[in-house]
Each structure stands twice: as structure tokens, then as C-alpha cells.
Design a binder for this molecule. Structure first.
Ligand SMILES: C[S@@+](CC[C@H](N)C(=O)[O-])C[C@H]1O[C@@H](n2cnc3c(N)ncnc32)[C@H](O)[C@@H]1O
Length: 272
């Protein structure tokens, strides 16, 4: 659910965007505001000030901008909303490939500090806050299921795990993970390409099975949970982090951005 205080301005913006229609210039006009919203979010959330007012003003301003663009006739005067038949499926390939490629590129771009220092600090904080004791970690082998660029696989080793294995469906993230590990001479850590829905390990293989932000990207999260439990030793530590309809200001705005992007993609297809 979207943050109630920006629901009205978000809807006004999306309605105005819809009224721009489906011509190439409308698509361009929409595309221009996407980085602006993203940048404004980053800045609004990066200060201690209450962000809602600033975000609201921006959305209202952009709705005015779309309305003016519509009235000026540069797009498609009086256009009805985008025809449903233009949309169709968002992805032309399996969702695993799209997710894998997207996150592979994202994680490859992580700075050295984010990868090596921030993540281990974050992991330690999360374990402490959940009261999880890892005194015997030196005897434990960890699986990082859906490891992306391997930041948590590495962090587990930095915390002292005996060994760590990262698996992911994307080779892009794994290549970057292997390179970072080799460049830093970190031993007892490996990366394999595999799906969390069909893990290439025997039952009871790991003392710790960790999966951070992965199963909600798969087509069958229940199968994923079965696999994670299967490879976890009885009495071991299982860590599962998922995101589902998180709501709030940030995710509400992400939904607005997604909707604008969808309109843009549909338009590009329509213009070919
Ligand atoms: C949000 S990222 C999280 C990456 C990593 N766990 C982290 O926290 O840095 C989601 C990851 O799940 C991976 N993924 C999606 N579906 C998968 C599947 N079926 N099997 C393995 N990995 C998958 C993606 O390739 C991506 O790297």
C-alpha cells in the first residue's frame, strides 16, 4: 500500500502521465522525469528532514508539467489512456534471467568499501540484533543461496565461517564475486551457478543456510524453502529474508516509478 500522504499526488501524476498518450514524444517526456524523481528521493531520504512534504511538492510539480505538456499539444492532444493491447507481458524472457541480469550488473558495480566493509558490519549488526550467537562459527559451513555478487558469502567468511559457498542463477554476479575473492586471496569460499529451487547439494550439507532477498524473485518460493531446509543440517541456523508489499514512502514511490517506466516501455513498443 502506498503511503497515504502521497497517494493523491501520486495518482494525479500517473493520471496526467496517462493523458499524455502513447506517442514517442510522450514517452520521452515521461522518461525525463524518472531520474529526477529518483534523484529527489535519494536526496530527500539522505537528510534528517521529514521527506513527505518535499516529495509531495515534486509529484505535484511533475503532474503540472505533464498537464502543461499535454495542453501544449506536443504529445497527443486529447489522447485517451494507453490502449491495453499495447502492454502485454513486461518481460520477453524468463523472470530468472531478467532478475539475474539486473542484479548481476548492480552488484558488480558495488564499491570496494560497500562490498568488503559495509556488508560484514551489516551482517554482524543483524545477527546481534536477532540475538544469534555465532561463537562456534569456525566449525560451520555456510550456504549463501542467491548470493548475487557474493557480498554476504564473503561476509560470512570474514566473520570466521569455516567455508562458504555462494550460488546464484546469474553468472554476471558470480564472475564479479570470484574476481573480488581471487584478487583478495580469500580461501575456502566458492561460487556456483545454480537455482535455489534445485540446489546441487546433498541433504544436510550446511550448518548455516542464508538467503537474503531472493525467494520473492523466484517462481516458486515454497519449493525454494523446501530446498533450503533440505540442505540445512538439523539444528543448524536458517536465515530467510523476504520482501512482500512493504509499503511506506520509499516503496510507494518505487511503485510510481515502475508505473511510469511501464508506460514508457509500452510506448516504445507502440512507436516501432
Ligand atoms: C536482491 S538480489 C540479492 C542478492 C544477495 N543475496 C544480496 O543480498 O546481496 C536477488 C538475487 O537472487 C538471484 N536469484 C533470483 N532467482 C534465483 C534462483 N531461482 N536461483 C538462484 N538465484 C536467484 C538473482 O540473480 C539475484 O542475484
Amino acid at each position: 500500500m502506498i503511503e497515504p500522504s502521497i497517494e493523491v499526488s501520486s495518482k494525479a501524476l500517473l493520471d496526467a502521465s496517462n493523458r499524455l498518450g502513447s506517442k514517442r514524444l510522450a514517452s520521452f517526456t515521461r522518461a525525463c522525469v524518472i531520474p529526477l524523481i529518483f534523484d529527489s528521493m535519494e536526496r530527500a531520504f539522505g537528510t534528517d528532514k521529514e521527506p513527505v512534504g518535499e516529495i509531495n511538492s515534486l509529484l505535484e510539480l511533475l503532474a503540472d508539467y505533464f498537464n502543461s505538456a499535454g495542453r501544449s499539444g506536443i504529445c497527443e492532444p486529447g489522447a485517451a489512456s494507453i490502449p491495453a493491447e499495447i502492454g502485454g507481458s513486461e518481460f520477453s524472457e524468463p523472470v530468472e534471467n531478467v532478475t539475474g541480469n539486473h542484479y548481476g550488473r548492480l552488484f558488480s558495480a558495488f564499491s570496494t568499501e560497500s562490498f568488503w566493509q559495509e556488508t560484514v558490519h551489516l551482517l554482524k549488526t543483524r545477527l546481534d540484533r536477532n540475538g544469534i550467537d555465532i561463537t562456534n562459527i569456525g566449525q560451520m559451513k555456510v550456504l549463501d543461496a542467491g548470493c548475487g555478487g557474493g557480498r554476504y558469502t564473503v561476509a560470512w567468511r570474514q566473520l570466521g565461517a569455516k567455508a562458504a559457498v555462494g550460488v546464484d542463477i546469474s553468472s554476471i554476479g558470480l564472475e564479479s564475486a570470484r574476481k573480488r575473492v581471487t584478487d583478495n586471496n580469500l580461501a575456502d569460499i566458492e561460487f556456483q551457478i545454480a537455482s535455489v529451487l534445485e540446489l546441487p547439494f546433498p541433504d544436510n550439507s550446511f550448518e548455516i543456510v542464508f538467503s537474503n532477498g531472493v525467494l520473492h524473485h523466484t517462481v516458486d518460493w515454497k519449493a525454494g524453502i523446501s530446498e533450503l531446509v533440505r540442505v540445512l543440517k538439523p539444528g543448524g541456523l536458517g536465515w530467510l529474508y523476504l520482501i512482500e508489499n512493504p509499503g511506506g514512502l520509499f516503496w510507494g514511490l518505487i511503485d510510481v516509478l515502475r508505473e511510469l517506466m511501464r508506460m514508457r516501455i509500452r510506448n516504445s513498443r507502440a512507436c516501432r
